[in-house]
Design a binder for this molecule. Structure first.
Ligand SMILES: [Zn+2]
Length: 150
């Protein structure tokens, strides 16, 4: 396997970094494993309507993983109520687990957040978040799956 086929991500369960294979699938393969809502967001860069996603309130201890490939992305403890209707976080679980691209759609310059392993679209990051980072990761709930701590 060449270096380009792997990506180093942080694994929350073992609290260590590991090199894992990138996930590359055809659109058809993604359609087979994702729900229509997940596919629209992760693969087609869709955005769910505010307040219309999965409930993400009331989670006390656990992490949110990529709904496409299971990469650990965000922690409950770094989530805050932004009032926007989308799950909002002030930091990813580790900088290695997300990737960024500039998104110039809709006449706005926004920074798009992707899963580092499968390149799935998660949402956008803005500079109006709370301390300590001042960042607001505005993430589609359908791009996430919640894993409760055992
Ligand atoms: Zn992923």
């Amino acid at each position: 396997m060449s270096k380009n086929d792997t990506v180093r991500i942080f694994d929350a369960a073992s609290k260590s970094y590991k090199d894992v294979a990138r996930i590359v699938k055809t659109d058809k393969e993604w359609q087979e494993i994702l729900t229509p809502q997940q596919y629209d967001i992760l693969r087609e860069h869709g955005t769910e309507a505010a307040f219309c996603g999965l409930p993400t309130k009331g989670h006390k201890h656990g992490i949110y993983q990529c709904a496409g490939c299971g990469t650990d992305l965000f922690k409950v403890g770094e989530k805050f109520e932004s009032g926007t209707g989308w799950p909002s976080f002030w930091d990813p679980i580790d900088p290695a687990n997300v990737a960024y691209t500039e998104d110039n759609s809709y006449g706005m310059i926004r920074v798009e957040v992707h899963c580092a392993r499968c390149q799935g679209h998660l949402g956008h990051v803005f500079d109006d978040g709370p301390p300590p980072t001042g960042k607001r990761y505005c993430i589609n709930s359908y791009a996430l799956k919640f894993i409760e701590d055992k």
